[in-house]
Design a protein around this ligand. Structure first.
Ligand SMILES: Cc1cc2nc3c(=O)[nH]c(=O)nc-3n(C[C@H](O)[C@H](O)[C@H](O)COP(=O)(O)O)c2cc1C
Length: 381
């Protein structure tokens, strides 16, 4: 771990503060914000804070090992990088940096359909650790082509996100002109001028794009047209029959993201899913949503013995990852936390975030005297 980065950012919150200072406000608020009054965002935090772990100081167990197996693949830690759209708005090449760091650290990396790095490039960076998140386009040919490209790039884990039947209403994005249609205002130009290193990096790299979707948007250069195209192409609701169709067409592992109820968990499994990600989209879609940590407990109790239950929404530290694992998750994803690393430091920030979370989680497990992530449920109070 880089000592100089550690002195500047000893925890995720430090990197969030640095990111706020280094990127324009509209980009920071796009990343940090939630929907409506941001209740779900706050509830994720509050619910996690209510989970207590109790140590077993006098046990005879020795050391702690973070390695974890999911879907028959061995990873170095029980956490991974969640998919984030328009990643290049936070920092140019953010997804490439994260994918490469995930490969080096041997943790899963999930690329969003709407990331600013293409499927092919991200797969090159992430290697065997590459997972792809699909927002299924209504155009069946484009849907099939995205899946074909992912498979050709070596992807064996397809994550289908089901919790965006409607676009999230995020007041900060609406005010900042980041909604559809996007609006470039004098204010956003002023914000950019105040963040010269971001402006310079972005100028060198070009405006962030929906890189995997570019082949289907020929001759489209206008921001307004691109946003409209994305909105209409990805407007389809993922229902049970669509999930069955995707299952039929995908021979690798199928993972359904956005599960918050036992009934949806059972339907996803009935459609043929191999795994679930319990998630409320980090509080960006429904402002009256159940916190992931609460839903997780019920879903693990109902279907945990017959599928791989994973989770995200609200991870800000190693103790948070331990809380989710203690509640029965087999893999924990974080979205914003990883982006704060890159927002704060660019490329080195990707590895720094993984190292921070790894060391924090290791510390919690050693403190509890818990030898493996699988045993964390025994330490739940
Ligand atoms: C800026 C931003 C963009 C996101 N874009 C996507 C996306 O394209 N696809 C998706 O499935 N989830 C997306 N998510 C949700 C994340 O995958 C994940 O569920 C969420 O960030 C977890 O919460 P956390 O940020 O508190 O860790 C996005 C989240 C953020 C913050």
């Amino acid at each position: 771990m880089s000592e100089s980065l550690l002195h500047r950012a000893a925890c995720i919150e430090d990197m969030k503060i640095l990111t706020r200072r280094r990127i324009p406000r509209f980009a920071f608020e796009y990343l940090a914000g939630g929907c409506n009054a941001e209740n779900t965002l706050r509830q994720n935090r509050q619910a996690l804070d209510q989970v207590y772990l109790h140590p077993s100081y006098l046990s005879t167990s020795a050391g702690a090992d973070l390695s974890t197996e999911v879907f028959g693949q061995q990873y170095a830690a029980p956490f991974g990088v969640a998919p984030l759209g328009l990643s290049g708005l936070i920092w140019p090449k953010a997804s490439e940096f994260q994918a490469s760091a995930a490969r080096t650290a041997n943790i899963p990396y999930v690329l969003s359909t709407l990331a600013s790095t293409s499927i092919e490039r991200a797969a090159e960076c992430a290697g065997d650790n590459f997972w792809f998140q699909l927002y299924p386009p209504s155009d069946l040919e484009i849907r099939a082509d995205l899946m074909r490209r992912a498979e050709a790039a070596g992807c064996r884990h397809l994550v289908v996100t089901i919790d965006v039947p409607a676009a999230g209403r995020r007041p900060r994005d609406i005010r900042n002109g980041l909604a559809v249609p996007p609006k470039i205002s004098v204010d956003s130009i002023a914000q950019t001028i105040l963040r010269p290193s971001w402006a310079m990096a972005t100028a060198l790299q070009g405006m962030p794009q929906f890189a995997s979707m570019m082949p289907y948007m020929k001759n489209m250069t206008n921001l307004r047209d691109i946003a409209h195209y994305i909105r209409t192409t990805l407007k389809d609701v993922v229902d049970f029959p669509m999930l069955q169709q995707i299952r039929h067409a995908w021979s690798g592992k199928l993972i359904v993201k956005g599960i918050l109820s036992v009934s949806d968990a059972k339907l996803a499994l009935a459609a043929g899913a191999d795994g679930l990600i319990v998630s409320n989209h980090g509080g960006r879609q429904l402002d009256a949503a159940y916190p992931s940590i609460s839903a997780l407990k019920e879903i693990v109790a109902a279907v945990g013995d017959r599928t791989v239950v994973m989770v995200d929404s609200g991870v800000e530290s190693g103790p948070d990852i331990a809380r989710f694992l203690a509640q029965g998750a087999q893999m924990v994803f974080a979205g914003r936390a990883f982006m704060y690393g890159v927002g704060a430091f660019g490329e080195p920030g990707a590895a720094h975030t993984i190292e921070l979370l790894r060391n924090e989680l290791l510390q919690v497990m050693e403190q509890l005297r818990c030898p493996t992530p699988y045993q964390l449920p025994h330490y739940l109070l």
